[in-house]
Design a protein around this ligand. Sequence first.
Ligand code: SAM
Ligand code: SF4
Length: 437
Amino acid sequence: MKKFYIKTFGCQMNVNDSEKMAGILRSLGYEKTDLPEEADLIIVNTCSVRAKPDNKAYSFIGNLKKIKKEKPETIIAVGGCVPQKEKESILRFKHVDLVFGTFNFMKIGELIERAKKERVVEILNSKIPEEDKVPLIDSYLENVCVAYVTVQRGCNRFCSYCIVPFTRGRERSVKPELVFKEVKRLAERGVKEVHLLGQNVDFYNYEGIDLADLLYMVSEVEGIERIRFTTSHPCGFNRKIVEAMKNIEKVCPYVHLPPQSGSTKILERMNRGYTREEYIERVMMLKEEIPEVALSGDFIVGFPGETTKDFEETLSLVETCVFDQGFVFEYSPRPFTKASNFKDDVPKKEKNRRLQELQNLLRVQAEEKNKKRLGCIEEVLVEGKSPKGKELSGRTKDNKLVVFDGSEELVGKFVEIEITETSPFFLKGKLLQKVKV
Ligand code: SAM
Ligand code: SF4
């Protein structure tokens, strides 16, 4: 049996695209391996949203030269966001046999067959008719009980720092019937929790059916016990979605709503489409309606023109909104974006100082929130081994990572855990009982 190895960089959507490619390969008789050296086919799914993953992908691709030299029959394929806009940066690696973009990953089987005969470079610039059929592919699931479902691709918003509209094209929503079918199929395969993915999932719209409508539809699928959706955008996140979250028991009280900055001046330069006050007002509405909700967000520090005062406004926004989790990134200029023409005027050292300060504040908030869970009994869906491998881990409905001792037969089950220890990043607890299978 031929073996494939996939290395994925970047966001959940890339992970989901890789799972789909793996599903296609499995249907073609390939078997997955975790060792690139023993693979007949190596796929690198790249990310270009920040300079860091971009560079990591280049060095990973460079290192594959050794394998190609030792086993020249190995097919090396590079796909995703980097080749979509900058294929030359991949073509310079002469050991790469196949280069493809973000619009044709579902054609991977056919592309590989061609790459066995000659070098293939296929970058499409817009949606192809087959794209609507993507959800019908059974993705290869690493996790037996939690699965991603991409419901929206691309983005129309053109934030001035962001490369996504250039690499993933215009925003398009997947037909609700196809989403429903895919979720049903996942439930039949034992999945209990689905994450509906979109770059701005709140703008989901298929012929008038919006995200709230989709949540009601998906909640009808028997066997699915939890539904999450991500990423939310402050301009699209609205009362109707909050009402759906309140009305549908299966929808988890967790929202990833990236503010990016707390300064209206910077938000304007970022072309985010909302002010500091509007962001805070959205969060307050959410917390008033669903007091137990967990909030997370992304932040960019050191955006061109960000003064100490602007940064302090970000800190104060965080103090006002109180986050359960936050992801902070130092601004890095990306090609094709409007901001790449702005002067990158915050020194690297200062960007890093701001990153540390904001991360510290977010850590303190997370720690305080998690401390309140001490002694509480939490319902946890067991996902597998803990990151360190010794214990089991799973998540609460509001997305807190919980680690505990237990046997592997609990994976995929709901259990009750008494929280005995807390930290900013996870909770530790004692298994009380299995609640439901
Ligand atoms: N669509 C989501 C939104 O609007 O919030 C975010 C999608 S983006 C793929 C993921 C995160 O990467 C962003 O929220 C932002 O914080 C970060 N990011 C994007 N471009 C960046 C850049 N040029 N420099 C640093 N961070 C960046
Ligand atoms: Fe990028 Fe902005 Fe679109 Fe998010 S909304 S993907 S940050 S352009």
